[in-house]
Ligand binder design. Structure first.
Ligand SMILES: Cc1cc2nc3c(=O)[nH]c(=O)nc-3n(C[C@H](O)[C@H](O)[C@H](O)COP(=O)(O)OP(=O)(O)OC[C@H]3O[C@@H](n4cnc5c(N)ncnc54)[C@H](O)[C@@H]3O)c2cc1C
Length: 276
């Protein structure tokens, strides 16, 4: 039998922690949009998400921009997940059960991370910054001492109006930050909080804009950090790619069944519980 020394155990622990610049907890609309923004700003980003986002309970989504006749919410989430991964987000499933400061000794040998998250399935994740987008769970933030606000059965994360919590490097986005219970507001808030995080980090950033060729440079300006100028050929190529992708998404009705409130499981309409 091999002797597994303390040094070996420490080495195993080190291997089981993946380090990112940004950890986003929760892959609903807020977390996914936040990830699109941080990944596009070249911050190495992971989204760790547990169960289905609450939007899967919606029957038909009619008040988000860009869908005049509405959209199947499960399709909308598929498209958002794909948008996140195309832009470089690492999307993982698992529930974050606690987050500790690296300096508290949770993983003292992680020089590039301030926080380390314990995940119920899979490896722990260390990160320099964390966005909580985990409606309706804030319990894993308690070891950090983040200011929370209890309201009946719900707990919200307090923020400074731009997404920063009481703990430097920890942010909150979407419904968990007590924003209105609407999809576009949660998505927009994810983008806003991610932009705050980008401004707080060392990444040079002006705006996340894609502009036609010459928009800045023909006026004698450099293309600002975070922006891109694309040629007419490139613009056409991107347009064709987006048309093909949308045709595929909208070719057939979505095959996932309707979700409903967990208290209505096994009802006469045969609706599914949350965890199936
Ligand atoms: C029946 C119903 C119909 C609705 N219809 C509409 C509508 O028509 N129009 C509209 O604008 N809005 C609608 N909404 C509201 C909208 O769905 C929400 O406001 C919005 O989706 C909230 O997004 P969020 O990203 O903040 O939270 P969520 O989408 O809930 O995302 C949070 C994610 O975090 C995960 N998570 C939680 N804890 C952890 C943890 N510890 N570790 C890892 N992951 C975790 C959750 O599993 C979830 O996937 C509806 C809501 C319901 C319930």
């Amino acid at each position: 039998m091999s002797d597994h020394s303390a040094d070996d155990a420490r080495a195993d622990d080190a291997r089981a922690i993946d380090t990112y610049e940004v950890l986003i907890v929760g892959g609903g609309v807020a977390g996914l949009m936040a990830g699109v923004y941080t990944a596009r700003a070249s911050l190495d980003t992971v989204v760790v998400t547990a169960d289905d986002p609450i939007l899967t309970r919606n029957a038909h989504l009619e008040n988000v921009p860009g869908f005049p006749a509405g959209v199947n919410p499960r399709l909308f989430l598929d498209m958002l997940r794909s948008q996140a991964t195309r832009n470089g987000v690492d999307l993982r499933s698992g529930r974050v059960t606690r987050i500790d400061r690296v300096s508290d000794g949770a993983a003292a040998d992680l020089p590039d991370a301030r926080f380390v998250a314990t995940v119920d399935r899979g490896d722990a994740v260390a990160a320099e910054r964390v966005i909580a987008a985990s409606w309706a769970d804030a319990e894993y933030l308690e070891p950090l001492g983040v200011d929370l606000r209890a309201a009946g059965s719900k707990t919200y994360v307090e923020d400074d109006g731009l997404g920063r919590t009481s703990v430097e490097g920890v942010y909150a986005a979407g419904r968990i930050a007590e924003r209105y219970h609407q999809t576009v507001i949660a998505a927009g808030h994810g983008a806003e909080v991610a932009t705050t995080l980008i401004h707080d980090s060392a990444v040079p950033f002006y705006h996340d804009w894609v502009a036609p060729e010459g928009y800045f440079t023909d006026r004698g300006r450099d293309v600002p950090p975070g922006c891109e100028e694309v040629s007419e050929t490139e613009r056409r190529a991107r347009e064709r790619e987006s048309m093909a992708a949308m045709r595929e998404y909208f070719a057939e009705p979505h095959d996932e069944r309707q979700r409903t409130h967990p208290s209505l499981v096994d009802d006469a309409r045969g609706r599914l519980p949350e965890d199936e």
